[in-house]
Design a protein around this ligand. Structure first.
Ligand SMILES: [Zn+2]
Ligand SMILES: [Zn+2]
Length: 427
């Protein structure tokens, strides 16, 4: 039971933490204003020179030079082209990590900008345009800005900060590893107590959106090979028709999400996107293959769905005398924002965006490899709105028309800076 004395002590300690956190943010504000011009210049430069996953050579050299100039301990070549800067504050611990992804996409830019990308590269053997169509140029510039702000006040920071610049968020080239999981394998989360990351998107300019718990979906692929027995199309009883069996399996799979799982708890999606089999109209083929994707917002539901897909496909096939071979390839996990950390940091996000401009938003079905960090340490991932207010239909991420309004950049720098300062003061 808590005595009156300890209560007063705790209240006083909390008050002193709050005061110091407020003082730190006040100290940071003019520095954030000061760095803005540089942040815009970095962002334009990186936007004009996008690089594909695991090939972010120019970008990482730019980052490493900047972090070294700030007096940080810098590691390069982490997970191929990753850069990690360590800023030792007034105390070694706790350690908070801030992450930005660096890769562009094989998209030819169609936005009319003086710094639009004209870069071309090779992707899967084909010549492609390269563009920061997911806005990772903004993430890098924002984190470089926050690094400069935090480095210039490091003696008053009650902990240390790790700046993680990650390659290949969109996936490594075929036959290569890369991204968050590879950086983790190489020890990037060592001593890290919590991690923060952001993503820009076509939400109202300068707003921040987040969600405790499952925020972005897990993304897994599956293939189902249905094996029957070939026969004449006019004599179906002479064989086993894998096309009819596959049709039943597709409908069976849809009942997993619509009839078997509690939709009031968490949504999930099973999509069959490709079916291939058969040669001509009057032959029932031997076998066919289906490919699909699974999206979930809960790790337990994710494993449950994997088991149910296997059981549904195998049982339906067996009922017709066919067989089904199910293969599930696990992709990105669920982006799970630690609920306690999210609630703790929500005021920092509101302070950065302004009153009423930060709040809880719906889940989104794309996946994000920040999820791998969150499997290891408590993490919070949030969205920053970069839509041009004069554009009634802002393009989505990955579109050749995706455009990020630079006026949101200061909010990004502020959010990352405040999260680090507030978290380290609260520990
Ligand atoms: Zn993307
Ligand atoms: Zn992205």
């Amino acid at each position: 039971m808590r005595t009156k004395q300890t209560f007063i002590f705790t209240a006083l300690t909390m008050l002193s933490f709050c005061v110091s956190a407020e003082a730190l943010k006040e100290k940071a504000d003019p520095l954030i204003d000061l760095v803005q011009e540089k942040v815009v210049a970095w962002r334009r430069d990186i936007h004009e020179h996008p690089e594909l996953g695991n090939r972010e050579f120019r970008t990482s050299a730019l980052i490493a030079e900047h972090l070294r100039g700030l007096g940080m301990e810098v590691s390069t070549g982490v997970g191929h082209t990753g850069v990690v800067g360590f800023l030792r504050g007034a105390a070694d611990k706790p350690v908070v990590a801030l992450r930005a992804d660096m890769d562009g996409l094989p998209v030819t830019e169609r936005v009319d900008l003086p710094f639009a990308s004209k870069v071309k590269s090779t992707y899967r053997g084909e010549e492609v345009g390269v563009m920061h169509a997911c806005g990772h140029d903004n993430h890098v510039a924002i984190l470089m800005g926050a690094a400069e702000v935090l480095a210039s006040m490091k003696d008053s920071i009650p902990g240390s900060i790790k700046f993680i610049f990650q390659p290949a968020e969109e996936g490594a080239p075929e036959g290569e590893e890369g991204g968050a999981d590879l950086m983790i394998e190489q020890g990037v989360l060592k001593d890290v107590d919590a991690i923060f990351g952001l993503h820009v998107g076509p939400a109202p300019l300068g707003t921040i959106g987040y969600r405790p718990g499952g925020f972005m979906a897990s993304s897994d692929r599956f293939s189902i090979t249905v094996k029957g027995k070939q026969t004449h199309g006019a004599v179906p009883w002479g064989g086993v028709d894998p096309i009819v069996v596959a049709s039943q399996i597709i409908l069976g799979l849809q009942t997993i999400t619509s009839r078997q799982l509690d939709v009031t708890l968490t949504p999930s999606i099973i999509t069959v996107g490709k079916i291939q089999g058969g040669v001509r109209f009057n032959i029932i083929p031997d076998e066919l293959e289906m490919l699909g994707t699974i999206r979930t917002f809960d790790s337990a539901v994710r494993s449950d769905i994997h088991a149910r897909i296997k059981k549904t496909a195998e049982s339906i096939a067996a009922a017709s005398g066919a067989s089904a071979i199910v293969e599930i390839v696990k992709g990105t996990p669920v982006t799970v924002n630690d609920p306690e950390l999210t609630n703790l940091m929500a005021p920092s996000l509101e302070a950065a965006a302004g009153a009423g401009k930060a709040g809880i938003v719906p889940r989104t079905t794309p996946a994000e490899d920040f999820a791998y960090y969150q499997e290891q340490v408590p993490g919070l991932f949030f969205f920053l709105g970069v839509a041009d207010p004069d554009d009634p239909t802002p393009a989505s991420n990955h579109s050749p028309y995706f455009y990020a309004d630079e006026r949101a950049l200061p909010v990004g720098v502020k959010a990352m800076t405040y999260l680090a300062l507030d978290y380290l003061s609260k520990e």
